[in-house]
Design a protein around this ligand. Structure first.
Ligand code: UDP
Length: 241
């Protein structure tokens, strides 16, 4: 099986290399492919909101963004090869986009952040074509979609936080001129430098959550999702199969 059902969501068992390959293939198709990047918080939410779980399952690729998801799969006896964080997937795709002269549109975060992210990405990847940017605090979908469609990007990053970003991509996929869209949470903040990503040590040891907790203690409530998720998978995980 290519997927493991974790609390109702079919997470792909791809390695990072396979996920990158798949995403690169999406760029050559005619329809918009949806990539979702759930962590344990998102999967816990999905388990309490079956409609959202069903929406996630419409994706063309669902990658395990957090270490909790990797452990969840292990608990269910269907291990996932490795964590495939949305941020890392995007980082691996950027040089490919640049090399193939494919363009990217950055949607989301507070006003000014996507522009700052664009500047930083352009500095790192001079060949990267940034088709456009827009902040994530808009009222009028039509205006944003018109801007994206005029820019006509190959790859669309949507960073509106969950569940907004997934719902926005799903609801508008049929009318967006792009080859692939990814729900990428706080990635634009990291590219812009307004939020620091955990140092490699924390990521390698499965404790990125600890770094984020130290840096942003206000996230404590949100982080309680991690143990709740673990317990739910342990005691109820098999019922979802
Ligand atoms: N955000 C947005 N529009 C909204 C709500 C949130 O653009 O209506 C942005 C927010 O500014 C942040 C991102 O969505 O840049 C979500 O970040 P968060 O840290 O919650 O994402 P995570 O990676 O933890 O899912």
């Amino acid at each position: 099986m290519e997927t493991v059902n974790i609390l109702g969501v079919n997470v792909n068992k791809y390695t990072m290399d396979e996920a990158v390959k798949k995403a690169t293939e999406f760029l050559e198709t005619d329809k918009l492919s949806m990539i979702f990047t759930p962590n344990s918080e998102i999967l816990l939410y999905a388990s309490n909101n079956p409609n959202f779980a069903e929406l996630l399952n419409q994706a063309d690729m669902i990658i395990p963004d957090g270490i909790g998801v990797v452990y969840g799969a292990k608990i269910l006896g269907e291990p996932i090869p490795e964590r495939v964080a949305g941020f890392d997937l995007v980082c691996n795709l950027l040089p490919i986009l640049a090399e193939k002269k494919k363009s990217i549109y950055l949607l989301g975060a507070k006003p000014g952040v996507a522009e700052m992210a664009a500047e930083n990405l352009k500095e790192k990847y001079p060949d990267l074509v940034i088709a456009g940017t827009h902040d994530g605090y808009f009222k009028d979908d039509e205006e944003v979609i018109a801007d994206i469609n005029t820019a006509n990007p190959d790859f669309l990053m949507v960073c509106l936080g969950f569940p907004k970003q997934e719902m926005w991509i799903y609801n508008n996929a049929h009318r967006i001129n792009a080859k692939a869209a990814i729900g990428a949470g706080g990635c634009l903040d990291v590219f812009a430098g307004t939020v620091q990503r955990a140092p490699q040590f924390y990521c390698d040891h499965g404790i990125e959550w600890l770094y984020r907790l130290i840096k942003q203690p206000s996230r404590f409530g949100r982080m309680m999702a991690l143990p709740k998720f673990g317990l739910k998978v342990l005691f109820k995980g098999r019922k979802y199969k």
